[in-house]
Design a protein around this ligand. Structure first.
Ligand SMILES: Cc1ncc(COP(=O)(O)O)c(C=O)c1O
Length: 486
């Protein structure tokens, strides 16, 4: 009986999961036409759309036994997924840290998905692993890390940080009994993914010292050294310093050289979160701002930020290859065939992941087809746009711009002349800008003040985008002032 049923299922032809060549072409053409329409319309599309349904129409189309047409699927994708919320592909996305959306990346992902190379182990896909390691060696060279540094292409900065901090824990030989006395140093502006990584790595109970910042929100090295000395004198075990090369709040770069020297002197692990700022090392005027990054033991830099790659691309680099393998390498009987091929390190030995997406192709293809120079130019443009926005905002009546941008993030607020409380005014302003939707801005709190941010990192953001954002801000601020007066 059982055997017969199997045979029956095996004799079904054609196999519906394997479309014919003509079916493939028809669906592929429909998808390509959707993409081309999206890209053609993109400059005129809003950067933010707040629909009341928020994509809930998708729930009215549950998964069913029978197929739907590609036209039907693309219709759902458009109305329920692509329209509502932030249009991350838009140059008008100036909120949070914008991700990219390079077209050639999409083709790279398409190729990677269809060929489905398993890029976790060198033995399984030597070319794919070589490609990923080549990219990581290139990234290492950008920050003057040694050519034999270890690295891993991750899903983003959060997982990259987890890999780095788990490696740091083992390299510094922090065992569970030591945790209550094992001190970590960072600033209050370090990204929350680092606190999260500490917690997930079992280090949530380590004492954390929030080191004071200077007027530009950068860690004060003297205060760091003082804190380490005090903790040592109290019999504690300082073991980890986390610095930022581009904070999410204001884009500040901590003094990486001075902090690195302190880390070296006291033999602490030195981690630099360059998730946002790291790829500015490519831009001639960005590179000097990252001076001292090479002193780090581990660095995180996100291609889905500074290389304009769509979400899902982070990277971690670890100077001493042996240390990361100690944390992440495992052997299992069913993996024994893989042991013979050792020319390149396997990504699975440097990460918690075993099966993984072939992330290298989404990076390699655009870097090869555009050439590195195109990325260098775009990053230099972002730094210039931030300077431009800063100068323009400084000239705007009633606008306070507390810090000169170090990278491509400008922070500011309106100080209303109407007598209305500034925080309430700026909250109304960001809401009005978001409702308008032509550009998308986000906010943060700085010393209790509600601040607006212009995060300039999309490769589609140019001078006209900044001019439009400033014009919208002016318009909305005037409207709110008028409302308050009337
Ligand atoms: C400075 C910084 N570090 C880390 C992260 C976390 O990266 P991801 O969102 O890729 O996990 C971010 C995200 O915006 C960030 O801005």
């Amino acid at each position: 009986m059982y055997k017969k049923a199997i045979l029956k299922s095996m004799s079904r032809t054609p196999y519906p999961l394997e479309p014919t060549a003509s079916e493939r072409v028809a669906v592929q053409q429909a998808v390509e036409s959707y993409i081309q329409n999206f890209l053609t319309q993109l400059p005129a599309l809003p950067a933010y759309v707040d629909t009341p349904e928020k994509g809930a129409g998708l729930l009215e189309s549950p998964l069913e036994e029978n197929p739907i047409s590609i036209e039907h699927a693309l219709g759902l994708l458009k109305s329920e997924v692509d329209v509502p919320g932030i249009n991350s592909a838009s140059g008008g996305h100036l909120g949070y840290i914008p991700g990219g959306g390079l077209y050639y990346e999409g083709l790279g992902d398409y190729l990677a998905a269809v060929t489905n190379k398993y890029a976790g182990i060198f033995y399984s896909a030597p070319g794919a692993v070589r490609m990923e390691n080549l990219l990581l060696r290139w990234m290492a060279s950008l920050i003057d890390f040694p050519a034999d540094a270890a690295g891993n292409l991750t899903s983003g900065g959060s997982i990259a940080s987890l890999i780095a901090l788990a490696t740091a824990r083992d390299a510094q030989k922090i065992t569970s009994r030591m945790i209550p006395d094992a001190v970590v140093y960072l600033t209050a502006h370090a990204h929350h993914c680092l606190d999260k990584a500490l917690r997930i790595a079992g280090l949530g109970e380590c004492p954390v010292r929030y080191i004071p910042m200077d007027a530009r929100y950068r860690m004060q090295p003297e205060a760091l050294e003082q804190a380490i000395l005090e903790d040592k004198a109290a019999g504690l075990t300082p073991w980890l310093i986390i610095a930022s090369a581009g904070t999410t709040d204001v884009g500040a770069v901590d003094p990486l050289s001075a902090i690195g020297q302190i880390a070296r002197q006291h033999q602490l692990w030195y981690h630099v979160d360059a998730a946002y700022g790291g790829f500015f090392a490519l831009a001639p005027s960005g590179k000097p701002k990252l001076e001292g990054i090479a002193l780090a033991d581990s660095v995180v830099m996100d291609p889905h930020k500074g290389l304009f790659i769509p979400y899902g691309s982070g990277a971690v680099l670890i100077k001493n290859r042996k240390q990361t393998a100690e944390t992440h390498h495992y052997l299992a009987n069913y993996m024994q065939d893989a042991l013979s091929a050792t020319e390149e390190a396997s990504p699975a030995d440097l990460s918690p992941e075993l099966s993984k997406h072939f992330r290298g192709l989404r990076l390699w293809l655009p870097l090869k087809l555009h050439g590195v120079g195109a990325f260098r130019g775009a990053l230099e443009e972002k730094l210039d746009l931030a300077k431009y926005a800063y100068a323009q905002l400084q000239q705007m009546a009633g606008v306070e711009v507390p810090v000169e941008p170090e990278l491509s993030l400008v922070i500011f607020r309106f100080v209303p002349t109407t007598g209305e409380e500034a925080n309430a005014f700026n909250q109304k302003l960001i809401k009005a800008v978001q409702q308008d939707g032509r550009v998308f801005l986000s906010s943060t709190l700085l010393d209790g003040n509600f601040m607006l941010r212009l995060a300039i990192l999309s490769f589609r953001t140019h001078q006209e985008t900044i001019d439009l954002a400033l014009q919208i801000l002016r318009e909305k601020a005037t409207e709110i002032e008028q409302d308050y007066r009337s």
